[in-house]
Design a binder for this molecule. Structure first.
Ligand SMILES: [Zn+2]
Length: 71
């Protein structure tokens, strides 16, 4: 498998999905859920889809790993 992330089009999702993914976050830096993210970027790596962005509160990177249920 490739170690290169494959970009996916986050903005191809429905507005409802985007709103959920941008709200339901975990920030390692703040140690808190659902602070929200800005600048979302979706990609696939090793068969797993990730949405990466920045924490709305502290600006640190936040990463959401999508399970199969979220597809
Ligand atoms: Zn944070």
């Amino acid at each position: 498998m490739s170690d290169t992330p494959v970009p996916r089009d986050f903005f191809a999702r429905t507005p409802e999905e985007r709103a959920i993914f941008m709200h339901e976050t975990w920030c390692d830096n703040c140690q808190q859920v659902n602070l929200g993210m800005i600048e979302p970027f979706e990609y696939e790596l090793h068969g797993i889809v990730f949405i990466e962005g920045r924490c709305c509160r502290c600006g640190e990177a936040v990463l959401t790993e999508l399970t199969e249920d979220d597809f």
